[in-house]
Design a protein around this ligand. Structure first.
Ligand code: KIV
Length: 283
């Protein structure tokens, strides 16, 4: 694929107006960002899920701002044109409005992100509004919010009951009024996602395991390409099992080195006979 134009916020809203689904994946490293750029992905989220997918933690909670910045910089180098979103890690915005603005600013200044994402509803609307007022586009995240998994009772569907569903609708409006350009709905029922999408006026809705009616779809890259060894969530489809291919390749590598069938002369460098003879004389 040839060089494409930089994705902008007006370009994303134009897709929404034209009823074209927005494509979004998580990404954490340079080569994957390059592949995603070549595939024409609209939006890339450098998610704090990197704590689990890249760093092997059990949850996202240990991830720091420095971890996020390092990975976001690598992703930006691999994908100069996608709309790049830095995910605010645990405690980088919860303590205060000032902490939130400073953390969001780091994504923009140090990693050339286009926007940030933070988890939470009405209770985080003041952080969202302050970040937006600082000139930084911000995305909300409702439903299953992994940083609050303990309080939510684990990694489970949110908003199945009418009261909880109503709260998620109210939270979405609060974030929209605070200036969110988009809201991610993670693991909410499809009918709830549809209601929220229909009510969105100044922002668009992205679904992660929340059905087809949102303005766009997000998957965690490692789930979609068989790269997370612990489990595959139901909401993810495996589009190509890269994990299996890599595992088979590794087994083959160990076998060929052990059996001395790798390397062969194609994989090493020779020396002219006369130079070699001269070398032997020098020894
Ligand atoms: O960190 C992340 O990748 C996320 C997804 C779960 C949406 O926030």
């Amino acid at each position: 694929m040839s060089e494409r134009k930089k994705i902008t916020l007006p370009a994303l809203f134009k897709k929404v107006a034209n009823k074209e689904p927005i494509t979004m994946l998580t990404c954490y490293d340079y080569p994957t960002a390059h592949f995603q750029e070549q595939a024409g992905i609209d939006m890339i989220l450098v998610g704090d899920s990197l704590g689990m997918t890249m760093l092997g933690y059990e949850t996202t909670l240990p991830v720091t701002m420095d971890d996020m910045i390092r990975h976001a910089q690598a992703v930006r180098r691999g994908s100069p044109n996608a709309w790049l979103i830095g995910d605010m890690p645990y405690m980088s915005y919860q303590p205060s409005i000032e902490t939130a603005i400073r953390s969001a600013g780091r994504f923009m200044a140090e990693a050339a992100c286009d926007a940030i994402k933070l988890e939470g509803g009405a209770e985080m609307a003041d952080r969202m509004a302050a970040i937006v007022a600082s000139g930084i586009p911000a995305m909300g995240h409702l439903g299953l919010t992994p940083q609050s998994a303990s309080a939510l009772g684990g990694f489970r569907v949110q908003g199945k009951g009418a009261l909880q569903a109503k709260k998620i609708i109210d939270d979405a409006k609060a974030l929209e009024h605070a200036g969110a350009f988009a809201i991610l709905l993670e693991m909410v029922p499809d009918r709830l996602c549809k209601l929220i999408t229909e009510r969105a006026e100044n922002c668009f809705i992205i679904s992660l395991g929340s059905g087809l009616d949102a303005h766009g779809q997000l998957l965690i890259y490692h789930d979609a390409f068989g790269l997370y060894p612990r489990f595959k969530p139901r909401m993810a489809k495996v589009f190509a099992n890269a994990g299996e291919m890599i595992q088979n390749g590794l087994i083959q590598y160990v076998k060929e080195v052990s059996e001395r069938t790798f390397p062969t002369s194609e994989n090493w460098f020779g020396m002219p006979d006369d130079e070699y003879d001269e070398l032997l004389k020098l020894l």
